[in-house]
Design a protein around this ligand. Structure first.
Ligand code: PMV
Length: 346
């Protein structure tokens, strides 16, 4: 059974609560692809971004996470894809758990077990879905009845883009200026626009510069200030294009924003180049497709893989075309996805 967190808390009569193990929670969330990108922070610790961003959740791809608070544990424990994780991954998970403990009064450490349904090493960033699922699972386990904005804020503490995987469909993260007003909300539900994301997987290996390191470098590029200054305008254009389903306006602003982010990345100190030869090959093919009347545009996150956004009706033809490009290992197609959800209720 799949159900929203708030609905779960409201719909289960308190008399039944004692029959449930209220110290365990399981939740699932989708990763997302940003059309207006988040790059750089005003506050690195709280992950308050330098600019707002807009994204779409990716249906079919999912992280599922179970959190159990347990008084036998002497510290938090993270099991990711069946392997025990330590170091920075565990530290980021503990930050989210600490926030949930503070809000709920829960004092026990937790065991966190997390799995993706997309194979590790497809090059698809999983931190957004992972921290969105973790925030919801931990809140459910601690018996918290949080609204979407509250959950989104907690997810942001683990990974900025995770705050956008909490609400449904097409989502905007308002940058805000402090912990309270920096969170994401839905601007249109997943069924609003039949888009598809054909992800051309070019490399499956881990990126050499993490997005966390990249955010810290952003201000060292002279182009970052210009990118931030114009972000409000790009957000307005993108939001309007999504609401009006205006593909041409959407394609123009999405490609421009991705190019701007990579211009900042390539000119930071030290410079970072995420692209590979096949990345450029796909970019040229997408431009060619559009000249031939196909509605498709590209956007690239902090890695070499290219997300080709198109109308769902044309996605199989586009996917077949992308597969033929030398250097493209596989193409994964995802459609707009729903919100983070609590699952496995009795
Ligand atoms: O949430 P992070 O720290 O993994 O950063 C995500 C950065 C990009 O994926 C490149 C852009 C975005 O807005 O998702």
């Amino acid at each position: 059974m799949i159900i929203h967190a708030s609905f779960f808390i409201q719909s289960v009569p308190p008399a039944l609560w004692y029959t449930l193990d209220m110290s365990t929670g399981t939740a699932a969330a989708h990763p997302n692809i940003a059309f207006i990108k988040y790059w750089g922070n005003r506050d690195h610790q709280l992950r308050i971004p330098s600019n707002g961003s807009i994204s779409m959740n990716l249906e079919g791809l999912e992280t599922q996470t179970t959190v159990k608070f347990d008084n036998l544990l002497k510290e938090d424990m993270l099991v990711w894809d069946e392997k025990i994780q330590k170091g920075n991954a565990l530290k980021r998970v503990a930050t989210v758990l600490d926030k949930v403990r503070t809000l709920s009064g829960e004092s026990r450490f937790a065991k966190v077990k997390s799995n993706n349904n997309f194979p590790a090493g497809t090059g698809i960033a999983s931190s957004a879905s992972a921290f969105a699922a973790l925030s919801l699972a931990a809140s459910c386990a601690a018996g918290l009845n949080l609204n979407e904005a509250e959950l989104s804020r907690i997810a942001r503490l683990g990974s900025g883009s995770a705050c956008r995987s909490v609400p449904a469909g097409f989502v905007e993260w308002q940058a805000g200026y402090d912990d309270y007003n920096s969170y994401a909300y839905s601007i249109a539900p997943e069924y609003h626009w039949n888009l598809a994301d054909c992800i051309a997987v070019i490399s499956k290996s881990h990126k050499t510069t993490s997005s966390e390191e990249g955010h810290a470098l952003a201000d060292s590029s002279q182009f970052q200030a210009v990118r931030i200054d114009n972000a409000i305008e790009r957000l307005d254009i993108c939001r309007k294009a999504i609401i009006e389903k205006d593909f041409d306006a959407f394609a123009e602003v999405t490609e421009f924003d991705s190019n701007m982010m990579h211009a900042v990345i390539m000119t930071s100190n030290p410079p970072v180049i995420y692209w590979q030869p096949a990345t450029l090959q796909v970019i040229h093919e997408v431009i060619k497709m559009r000249k031939n009347g196909v509605q498709a545009c590209y956007t690239i996150d902090a890695g070499p893989n290219v997300h080709v956004i198109c109308n769902d009706g044309e996605s199989s033809q586009i996917s077949a075309h992308l597969k033929n490009i030398s250097g493209v290992q596989e193409v994964i197609t995802a459609r707009p996805g729903g919100p983070a959800k609590c699952i496995n209720l009795p």
